[in-house]
Design a protein around this ligand. Structure first.
Ligand SMILES: [Fe+2]
Ligand SMILES: [Fe+2]
Length: 320
């Protein structure tokens, strides 16, 4: 388990910790001795690190280190031009049996993926409707591996490691509460809609294992997650023997969740569970964008213009 993060490094700290190697370069100092200049990273930032006067026998091991690899670094924190800089005593790659949590090293949702997955899986287990339970458990279990790291978008809201799970989890939390207030809502149907609505983002967008997206897949560009979602629900619900009504209602929820044709929905929601699904989606996206825009803004000041929020500048409340 990683204990020291880059945003907490202080001068004279001794470090024996894992980092992601962002880049490395071999350079010569003024006495013509080789040294290594590297950038190390974790989810909180980056730090420049130097290993001075490298003897020749260490060259092959250093050369073998790859970018984006997790490395074990021993060193001491110094300062250069007002910034923390790490002097490396030793740096080497991890043994295959050494475990680490990838979300410690990349921009990530604030909760471990395993915990979010378990929360969502438990919600599906709680359904009274056996069809919806079977469908959601199947979708979750079939996609478990990709869900662990997938972002919910290639840019914009939840474009981060575990972002899709985080989006689903927060919508489920809110949705569960809303169902207690508006008792005409069928809870199992609302929450199934949440679990399914963006599931095909797994096939719409491309992502590496760090949850960093390079853009859309071919199918994603030509069809998009709404149509991909309707297609996959059609196949799965027929396999599971759903009634026509239940199948088509689920397809309609996914089809209408963006609400407007210009955002990809050819139909507006035509029953309450579909209507509420759209608003759950909007609430979570808006809160994510607002929180991000206000991060780092001082109390009593405005944020920069936020493109995803119609160029609004947000106000950060003064601290009490
Ligand atoms: Fe969507
Ligand atoms: Fe969504």
């Amino acid at each position: 388990m990683k204990e020291i993060f880059i945003n907490n490094l202080k001068k004279d700290d001794k470090v024996d910790e894992l980092f992601m190697l962002k880049s490395k370069e071999a350079k010569k100092d003024k006495n013509d001795r080789w040294y290594l200049s590297a950038v190390l990273g974790d989810r909180t930032g980056e730090v420049v690190a130097k290993k001075w006067s490298i003897p020749e026998e260490e060259f092959p091991a250093l050369r073998a280190l790859k970018d984006k690899e997790i490395v074990k670094v021993k060193g001491i924190v110094g300062e250069y031009a007002g910034q923390a800089q790490l002097t490396i005593q030793s740096i080497h790659k991890l043994g295959t049996d050494e475990k680490f949590d990838r979300s410690d090293f990349v921009k990530a949702a604030p909760e471990p993926s395993e915990d979010m997955y378990k929360y969502i899986h438990d919600i599906a287990e709680s359904f009274e409707d056996e069809d919806l339970k079977a469908l959601c458990l199947k979708v979750l279990e079939d996609n478990e591996e990709k869900l662990m790291y997938y972002p919910a978008a290639s840019k914009n809201h939840h474009a981060e490691y575990g972002g899709l799970l985080y989006h689903m989890k927060r919508m489920l939390q809110t949705g569960d509460k809303i169902c207690q207030v508006y008792t005409i809502l069928n809870r199992d149907l609302v929450l199934t809609g949440v679990i399914l609505h963006d599931m095909e983002k797994l096939n719409e967008i491309e992502s590496d294992l760090d949850g960093i997206s390079s853009g859309y897949s071919f199918e994603g560009q030509l069809l998009g997650h709404i149509i991909q979602g309707v297609k996959s629900i059609d196949v799965m619900t027929r396999d599971l023997g759903f009634s026509d009504e239940k199948r088509i209602m689920l397809e309609h929820m996914v089809l209408s969740h963006h609400y407007e044709p210009e955002f990809g929905s050819p139909k507006k929601p035509l029953f309450p569970e579909a209507e509420i699904l759209h608003y759950l989606d909007i609430i979570d996206a808006r809160m994510f964008d607002m929180q991000q825009a206000l991060d780092g803004v001082e109390g009593g000041k405005f944020s920069e213009k936020v493109w995803t929020l119609d160029n609004r500048k947000l106000y950060k409340v003064r601290e009490k």
